[in-house]
Design a protein around this ligand. Structure first.
Ligand code: WT7
Length: 656
């Protein structure tokens, strides 16, 4: 791991802050009192937040941290997540409220689903899953594009206490296979095909490849989406439309323990093997619901909320499915790519549904910036009253552009820092309370504690100028309700990955570097481990390296993330070819990019691949990625004194 002072830090240190307008503050869900309340008694605060949900059996102790880092929140309480996200709103008389305005990628493809309809469909799906033999504790892999059935499938699993493991439909068959295998999924839910930029492509074929010879998989449930030719395996494969609509709409949800596992979500770590991050029921839903309500200031009666994430990532889990639905809001779900069929699409969707809250990623904002403000100017965006950002540090220039062009120079922006592991938002402004500085996620939310510390765990002093030493490690020094409860099947890796860096203090180390600004606000600087952030997608250097060396022509590979104007970071690979493969370098590079797409996903394709004769290594054989980053970013080389052979760089440079 590189030392903390090496992380790239080019934040503009003390830009003017944007305070909330009086008008926004006056009707905001959260006031400054929320911070005071949490400060006075943190656990009493979470107790109160948990009571926003419907519990079948009340909980006793708020937190049992006696077996740290394995937390138990809301001990002994029982609840059903799907009941809280769906039935509860129907029982409260809001069955006619639209839950989902679904917009398909082909223009004109749309569906409106009320809470009452959602309840029926989730109940039918739950009955169908039961008929397929699923029982509480089983695992189901969901490999689907953004169709309503994907959300229904997640909720049906939650309703049955079955864990879902959603795998991004942009991932390859081999990535799906590894995840199905690790979780020992009994069922895979998928679609026949998916639309990508107007074209239908098979998805089921990838499932067939992924589940071949996997004994754990008993069935594959297939939603008809594109009508593309699809082979079905007798006895194993079942069409959704042949079982779900026929099932009964009556289904009594069973309440599960607060610590009953809710889902697995695989994410990249610093090794080649993805980790199954495990979340549970009561704590996850409490914090997801609380943060969604206060950070996005949702008014369920009037707002139209739109989070542009995919359910394949944690943002889709927490801020499309569990947060918004637990709060009974109306939301837009869009199936396709943002610029299909034209770059007007997102703006048209905002206009069409009167979107009031829009939550997206910096990389998309930068795409819109590049396309130019005249596109936005052709649309009426006046319904927007709050904007959000997530996935990577947002550069101040993009922040300002977002506020000006989307927000008519007046909407608050919430820059939300969190991770797959944290389950929900941890650091963010409260839009009616906190001043926002462009580029900073500001301060921990009420009830959350985060600090920046140095190598020895000493807290940096907020509000003082530390000069070169200003960068520290971002740690979470107190447990939080939606924290991960472990890595599937690997408790040791869980402790080692998150809790060993500051084991003495018992802190969670997030993997990010950060610094304090002049007013004590937090500036997240990005990952300091071997995890890259490409357009907000998390990919480890080791995963890409292992895909590259999996190719028969590659002897060795080293991968680094280099800064990229568009995608935040881009993947840069350095490979040594085997003697047998050297003849045809030019095609080789294309072949290797294709190999990575096939092994992982097109999003993991390296931006550049350099064929080099040698890699820079220390005497102990460790590849010095820090120096490769210098090369990739065209910087002066850092300290090369520990290299075996400093002259390797002449050859590496020549390859660029
Ligand atoms: C990593 C987590 C959070 C859901 C999507 C990504 C980076 C995320 C921010 C932000 C600066 C951010 C961090 C974090 N990150 N949000 N607002 N400002 N950095 O989830 O794939 O688990 O990645 O994304 O580096 O550690 P993830």
């Amino acid at each position: 791991m590189p030392s903390i002072v090496e992380t790239a830090a080019s934040a503009d240190i003390d830009p003017p802050a944007f305070p909330p307008s009086d008008e926004f503050a006056a009707s905001a869900n959260a006031s400054a009192e929320l911070y005071d309340e949490a400060e006075r008694d943190r656990l009493a605060f979470w107790d109160k937040q948990a009571r926003r949900l419907a519990w079948e059996t009340p909980f006793g102790e708020v937190l049992d941290w006696s077996e740290a880092p394995f937390a138990k929140w809301f001990v002994g309480g029982k609840l059903n997540v799907a009941y809280n996200c769906v039935d509860r709103h129907v029982e409260a008389g809001n069955g006619d409220r639209v839950a989902i305005h679904w917009e398909g990628e082909p223009v004109g493809d749309q569906r409106t689903i009320t809470y009452a309809e959602l309840k029926d469909e989730v109940s039918q799906a739950a009955n169908a899953l039961t008929d397929l033999g699923l029982v509480a504790g089983d695992r189901v892999a969901i490999y689907m594009p953004m169709v309503p059935e994907a959300i229904v499938a997640m909720l049906a699993c939650a309703r049955l206490g079955v864990m879902h493991s959603v795998v991004f439909a942009g991932f390859s068959a081999s990535a799906l296979r590894a995840r199905v295998e690790d979780a020992e999924a009994k069922l895979v839910i998928t679609t026949d095909g998916q639309y990508r930029r107007g074209k239908a492509a098979s998805l089921k074929e990838a499932v067939d490849e992924a589940v071949k010879d996997q004994e754990c998989v008993e069935h594959v449930l297939v939603v008809r989406r594109t009508g593309i030719d699809t082979a079905m395996t007798e006895g194993r494969d079942v069409w959704w439309d042949e079982v779900v609509p026929k099932a009964s709409t009556d289904h009594t949800p069973e309440a599960f323990d607060a610590e009953h596992p809710l889902f697995l979500l695989y994410t990249s770590g610093t090794t080649g093997k993805p980790k199954g991050i495990m979340h549970t029921t009561g704590g996850y839903l409490t914090q997801s619901s609380y943060t969604h309500f206060n950070v996005f200031d949702v008014k369920p009666e009037t707002d139209v909320y739109w989070c542009t994430a995919d359910i394949g990532w944690v943002t889709g889990h927490t801020y499309i499915v569990y947060g918004p639905l637990s709060n009974g809001v109306t939301q837009v779900v869009y199936e396709g790519t943002p610029t299909s069929p034209t770059e007007h699409r997102h703006f048209e969707v905002i206009e069409k549904y009167g979107v009031t809250i829009y939550y997206t990623a910096p990389t998309l904002i930068r795409t819109f910036m590049k396309l130019g403000r005249q596109i936005a100017a052709e649309h009426d965006l006046s319904s927007l009253r709050l904007l959000g950002s997530v996935g990577e540090p947002i550069n101040p220039e993009a922040w300002r552009w977002y506020r000006t062009v989307f927000g008519a120079d007046k909407t608050p922006i919430v820059d939300t820092w969190w991770q797959t592991e944290t389950g929900s938002i941890m650091i963010s402004p409260l839009p009616g309370v906190t001043d926002a500085k462009p580029g900073s996620a500001m301060t921990p939310l009420p009830g959350i504690s985060a600090v920046i510390v140095d190598d020895d765990g000493k807290q940096l002093e907020p509000g003082t100028d530390h000069g070169e030493q200003a960068n520290g490690y971002l740690v979470l020094d107190k447990p939080w309700p939606s924290m991960l409860r472990g890595i599937w099947g690997d408790p040791e890796r869980f402790k080692e990955t998150y809790w060993s860096r500051f084991a003495e203090q018992g802190w969670y180390f997030a993997g990010d570097g950060a610094r304090y600004g002049a007013d004590g606000e937090i500036w997240v600087l990005g990952r300091i481990d071997d995890v890259m952030n490409i357009s907000g997608h998390r990919i480890s250097t080791a995963e890409v390296e292992s895909a590259l060396v999996g190719h028969s022509g590659v002897a060795e590979a080293a991968v680094v993330g280099a800064s990229d104007e568009q995608t935040g970071q881009a993947i840069c690979a350095f490979v040594i070819l085997k003697a047998s493969a050297k003849a045809d370098d030019a095609n080789m590079v294309e072949e290797l990019r294709a190999e990575v797409a096939k092994e992982i996903s097109p999003i993991a394709k390296p931006r550049e691949i350099h064929v080099v004769p040698e890699l820079p290594k220390t005497r102990s054989g460790k590849i010095m990625r820090r120096l490769l980053r210098d090369v990739a970013e065209g910087r002066e080389l850092g300290d090369t004194s520990t290299l075996v052979d400093p002259s390797v760089f002449e050859a590496i440079r020549a390859s660029k």
